[in-house]
Design a protein. Sequence first.
Length: 140
Amino acid sequence: MSDIVDIIRSAIVINPHVRALVESRIYPDELPQNAAMPSVVLSEVDGLGVMNLKGVSGVRITRIQVDCFGNRRSDVNAIDEQIRLAVLRHPASTYVDPTIDRIMDDGHRDLPSDAPRDGSQSWRKRRQHDYLVTHDEEIP
């Protein structure tokens, strides 16, 4: 997990509303096989270095994807909303290493239900939500 994902994850896991919904089931990069539901996966999906007329600016935009999984659509929608509020309301002054300038909500998508993989007949619901994080980048 990247530093930026770790920072965003920390804002999510300390939120009591998120913990009430998913407990500690917040995973990096992929959902473990047979994970209990509901669960959340955080990953960095892309990044962009920002240039200006003088060259490299030392600013980077990183896209963080949050995948919410659950057995019911209402569960994943509730989890997504609590995570959105946790990320957007987290005090900016606590994002210091690297310094985060802003977090932009880049919207969500409801994906088709995942077919059962464990032999059960339980279809998993899934919602993806993207956040664009503008932050300092150390240039060697």
